[in-house]
Design a protein around this ligand. Structure first.
Ligand code: PHE
Length: 339
């Protein structure tokens, strides 16, 4: 006589889809045991027939459920197996395939490492800034013609004051934030992208990389700046450089300078070493008291300097590239020659 327990135990032993089919034929198929039992039942006395009928129905339901569950299990197994087979390995073999940093990224990363080793803290800041951060916090009132010095790219979104947000035109926009965040004394750099609505040419692009440096402490003088910037630029350019300061106007410094560098170069024709031309490389100066005051600093107690160096400019000098538009125009011949 067919027993549920026994049938389930048989099902338990099934290990693949072929065995499962056999099981079905034996127990649940048209000519299977269950149907046989139903046939035999017809000859029983009414009471016994009713009892056995109920038993068999229960067996049929339970067994079908268990069979279907097992069938589902095997199907999932098959699907997973197929998926495994179809799996495409999208990882590249690191030993044979490798990209490389663009030279801009390389020079920026190098600059970050050098500055960190010189004790600067580093922040990237944000590229979208308020007019306060970009102008007023660095002593450029919004009505001042100096705002026109930077052709600014405006965004539709507004700051809490209701002013349009802008793309930072210089990394000096992070000075106020850095002073407030880190307090004093402060020695920090901000490398990052800056944007100006420029007519593009060999030395101007609408997006360019700058690195802001800011140092504030007691009794900081121009002499500290000159010494530090000469060391920093020598490290950044991988050359021993000589620096020269020319007076220049930036609203957020007083006095302000532009810094030129020159260094020894090898003249192939004469076979002799000679000095390169002076090359303008950054803007700098002693931080204007108004900038300190705006950040809540007592300008009678503290002083400091700030500088903004063009990273594209550095990369151009380091690799002798005449046109900075190559850095971002995606020309693979250029990129590959530095890979
Ligand atoms: N922010 C200036 C520029 O973009 C550079 C600068 C930075 C000058 C810090 C002085 C001090 O041209």
């Amino acid at each position: 006589m067919l027993e549920l327990k026994h049938a389930l135990w048989e099902l338990e032993k099934v290990v693949d889809i072929v065995q499962l089919d056999n099981f079905f034929q034996i127990y649940l198929g048209k000519k299977g045991l269950l149907n046989e039992e139903f046939k035999v039942m017809i000859d029983l006395a009414p009471e016994a027939k009713k009892e056995r009928g109920a038993q068999l129905s229960e067996i049929k339901t339970k067994l079908t459920e268990a069979y279907e569950a097992k069938q589902q299990h095997f199907k999932m197994g098959q699907i997973n197996e197929q998926l495994e087979k179809d799996l495409v390995d999208i990882s590249l073999d690191a030993t044979t395939q490798h990209g490389s940093y663009s030279i801009l990224a390389e020079v920026r990363r190098d600059a970050e490492e050098i500055c960190k080793s010189m004790g600067f803290v580093m922040e990237y800041g944000t590229e979208v800034v308020t007019k306060f951060e970009n102008f007023e916090s660095v002593n450029i009132p919004l009505t001042h013609p100096a705002t026109e010095m930077h052709d600014t790219i405006y965004l539709n979104d507004k700051d809490p004051r209701g002013e349009n947000l802008i793309l930072r035109t210089h990394t000096s926009s992070m000075q106020n934030y850095l002073i407030k965040k880190y307090g004093l004394p402060l020695k920090a750099v901000v490398p990052g992208r800056t944007y100006r609505f420029e007519n593009m040419d060999a030395s101007h692009d609408t997006m360019f990389y700058q690195m802001e440096g800011i140092v504030i402490d007691k009794d900081i003088s121009v002499a500290h700046f000159k010494e530090m910037i000469t060391k920093l630029l020598s490290a950044l350019l991988h050359k021993n450089v000589e620096t020269r300061m020319r007076p220049w106007y930036f609203p957020f410094v007083e006095p302000g300078f532009e810094i030129d560098v020159r260094y020894e170069v090898y003249n192939k024709e004469t076979g002799k070493k000679e000095l390169s031309n002076w090359m303008e490389i950054l803007g700098a100066g002693m931080i204007h008291p108004n900038v300190l005051k705006e950040a809540g600093v007592d300008a009678t107690q503290w002083s400091g300097f700030a500088f903004g160096v063009g990273i594209s400019r550095l990369a151009a000098v380091r690799y002798g590239i005449k046109d900075i538009r190559y850095f971002t125009n995606g020309d693979l011949r250029f990129a590959k020659s530095f890979a």
